[in-house]
Ligand binder design. Structure first.
Ligand SMILES: Cc1cc2nc3c(=O)[nH]c(=O)nc-3n(C[C@H](O)[C@H](O)[C@H](O)COP(=O)(O)OP(=O)(O)OC[C@H]3O[C@@H](n4cnc5c(N)ncnc54)[C@H](O)[C@@H]3O)c2cc1C
Length: 640
């Protein structure tokens, strides 16, 4: 709990503005015309973003087996490339970069992506609120990883001109604390019997203050005095943190960890520590930002790794236990490697695109990239060796001939209601693994099965542009955990000013409020929860989401004077039904506990001239893995 602020404990928020209406680019995109229009500028769109309407229809129809019924004969573009990359996320963009290093700058590369913007999860949201310009992250929040970046990943970050250790120069880390603001928990009446905002008993984000212990004690006292939970729950909570107990006397540290790896934290609290149900309800949604599920589906051993209460009396040694999720293994070196751009890792995507396709993003330094406006008309020009084709879903990737001897790969893609083909010497599939069995039918069945098991974690990253944050200041909070509400976390933007961009520093200034939801279904295995949650996100209208957002803000910060009708300037919901890469979980994945080949190792095997990248290929939901897997995939097609 005394770590630096990272995604794991400070899912932070962003983005604001009045106006830009949703444009149905996919309807206009039969030729290159949509992206060539001077009004084509996806970062400024509000409403339902992320996997926006129009981006997934072709892929879903392929999944349902109906796509080819109505697709018509593919039209040959006549284009040939050295490499066609499916997926314009950080893995696909990095693969293009690495390939050019190996094959030379003249190598011809086509990158296809089904979205109207590049970057994959690393998406930029822009807002204008009054005279203020606000940048937000629509997905990938920051450079961070539970384990240290590899030499390859670090090398790329440095090559792009990002000096990670310099982050403190840009961040105003004491802004909220200096105004007396803390993380708080919102207890809702449906779950706890009363709507109440109470100081968090174990502060997220930690505190480095000298009087940290005294502060913790004061917060605990305040929490116990005000939390609307049963008296027994309060006594149990105090016992849990102040009277450590060895629940497994006589077992070694390893034996205890082995037990904890096989039960959920919810089970540990209920059946081992014997605490009141209110405490379990209070912790239920806490791991959402990392796992996309609650404590019913997170192993107690992982909860121990996160310093959640109840484990002190077990006197476990520091060694990571078998089957721990990498997210829950503390690593000091990794924790120091942190950088947040106002638009998250979209800045990395923009830096990569600037190198790959000259003319899209002006400038040549980190300093001038933040405010630079991308010219989407230049992404896909025949004169450029690297072309990025948006609004284009790959629907078939196949060798022309048998995979062992073929000299070429043909890629078919759907765009604006038509299907086109292009050819290349090689292809890298840097897209979501669950899609690959549908587009690359020639892969072995075992590999398809492994690819299909990479169930992505569904998430909503919502950015609400508000005119000011005085209500947050009045309630002395910048970060609200709400285990019973639609979004489980609400945070004021992480204050970072860089490259001419100025964040909000005064409560009277417009700011982005970032809210996070994971639509999980407690009580089921994690993959099933993700699958059901994904369906929920695809079937919920923006109007419903908007109503939930307004109601939630009215309930949580209304008592500080917030009025949704007056104070909200714009809402962008970044919907990611296919969000984080699935990470293995000792409760549901026996191979993760017992050893052996993991599904991602089977899934990423090269097949003839086709290699497979994406963070899914490492079952690790971080940017460094997207880079590592791109590097490996490029190595596979360029060797020999
Ligand atoms: C909300 C959210 C927050 C995150 N925060 C962080 C963070 O703070 N730090 C961090 O390190 N990581 C974070 N991640 C993890 C993030 O996924 C990785 O860091 C990284 O951005 C993944 O890059 P990728 O290229 O592997 O995948 P993606 O970004 O998913 O890119 C793959 C692309 O392929 C496209 N695609 C799929 N199928 C097709 C097809 N058939 N044809 C064409 N294109 C296709 C997809 O639409 C997508 O654009 C976050 C993820 C999410 C969802």
């Amino acid at each position: 709990m005394h770590r630096r602020i990272t995604r794991r404990d400070f899912i932070n928020g962003v983005a604001v503005t009045a106006g830009a209406a949703m444009m149905p680019w996919h309807l206009l995109a039969a030729d290159n015309a949509a992206e060539k229009s001077p009004t084509y500028y996806p970062p400024a769109l509000t409403g339902l973003r992320g996997s926006h309407p129009g981006s997934f229809d072709a892929a879903h129809s392929l999944r349902d087996g109906t796509f080819w019924d109505s697709a018509g004969k593919p039209e040959d573009t006549g284009e040939t490339y050295d490499l066609i990359i499916v997926g314009g996320g950080l893995s696909g963009l990095a693969a293009a970069h690495f390939y050019r290093k190996a094959a030379g700058e003249k190598a011809r590369i086509l990158i296809l992506d089904n979205h109207d913007d590049f970057g994959g999860h690393a998406k930029r949201n822009e807002f204008h609120v009054g005279n203020a310009f606000r940048l937000g992250f629509g997905g990938t929040f920051s450079i961070e990883s539970p384990a240290p970046y590899s030499a390859v990943a670090k090398g790329l970050i440095e090559e792009l001109g990002i000096d990670v250790p310099s982050f403190s120069k840009y961040a105003d880390r004491n802004l909220y604390r200096g105004l007396g603001m803390h993380s708080r928990t919102f207890f809702d009446k449906e779950t706890f019997g009363a709507d109440k905002l109470v100081v968090h008993p174990t502060p997220r984000g930690g505190t480095e203050a000298e009087d940290a212990e005294a502060q913790s004690q004061a917060m605990l006292k305040e929490f116990l005095a005000h939390a609307p939970i049963a008296d027994q729950a309060k006594r149990d909570f105090q016992r849990l943190i102040q009277e450590p107990k060895d629940y497994y006397p006589g077992l070694t540290s390893d034996e205890k960890k082995a037990k904890l790896a096989r039960i959920s934290y919810a089970t540990f609290l209920k059946d081992v520590a014997g605490v009141h149900e209110d405490i379990i309800k209070m912790y239920q949604a806490m791991p959402h930002p990392l796992y996309g599920v609650g404590i019913d589906a997170v192993a107690a051993q992982d909860a121990w790794g996160f310093d959640l209460p109840g484990f002190d009396g077990l006197k476990l040694d520091d060694k990571p236990g078998k089957g721990m999720n990498r997210d829950s293994i503390p690593n000091e070196e990794a924790e120091k490697y942190f950088f947040h751009f106002p638009d998250g890792n979209a800045t990395i995507a923009r830096l990569l695109v600037r190198r790959l396709v000259p003319g899209v993003i002006p400038g040549n330094s980190l300093n001038d990239v933040i405010l630079a406006k991308a010219n989407y008309a230049k992404l896909d020009e025949s004169s450029s060796p690297v072309r990025i084709r948006l609004n284009s879903t790959a629907v078939r990737v196949k060798h022309l001939g048998d995979s062992a001897n073929a000299k070429e790969v043909e890629v078919s893609y759907a765009r604006g209601g038509k299907v086109y083909t292009a050819k290349a010497k090689n292809s890298i599939l840097a897209c979501w693994h669950v899609v690959i069995p549908y587009i690359c039918e020639e892969l072995p069945d075992k590999q398809k099965e492994a690819l299909a098991s990479a169930q992505k974690v569904p998430l909503l990253y919502t950015n609400v542009a508000v005119n000011n944050w005085t209500s947050f200041q009045k309630l002395a909070t910048n970060s609200i955990y709400s285990p019973g509400l639609y979004h489980s976390y609400t945070n004021l933007d992480l204050p970072v000013s860089i490259g001419g961009y100025e964040c909000a520093r005064k409560p009277e200034e417009p700011i982005i409020v970032h809210m996070m939801k994971t639509p999980c279904k407690p009580g089921r295995p994690a993959r099933q929860q993700h699958s059901l949650g994904r369906m929920e996100l695809f079937s919920t209208t923006f109007e419903t989401m908007e109503r939930n957002i307004r109601e939630q803000l009215a309930r949580t910060i209304g008592p500080g004077g917030f009025d949704p009708a007056r104070d909200i300037s714009a809402i962008t919901v970044n919907r990611w039904p296919h969000g984080y890469a699935y990470e293995y979980n000792s409760l549901f994945d026996t191979f993760w506990l017992e050893g052996g080949e993991t599904p991602c190792e089977v899934a990423r095997k090269p097949h003839g001239r086709i290699a497979i990248a994406n963070s899914d290929a490492g079952a690790y939901a971080y940017t460094d893995e997207a880079f590592n897997q791109a590097w490996r995939a490029v190595g596979e097609i360029t060797k020999g």
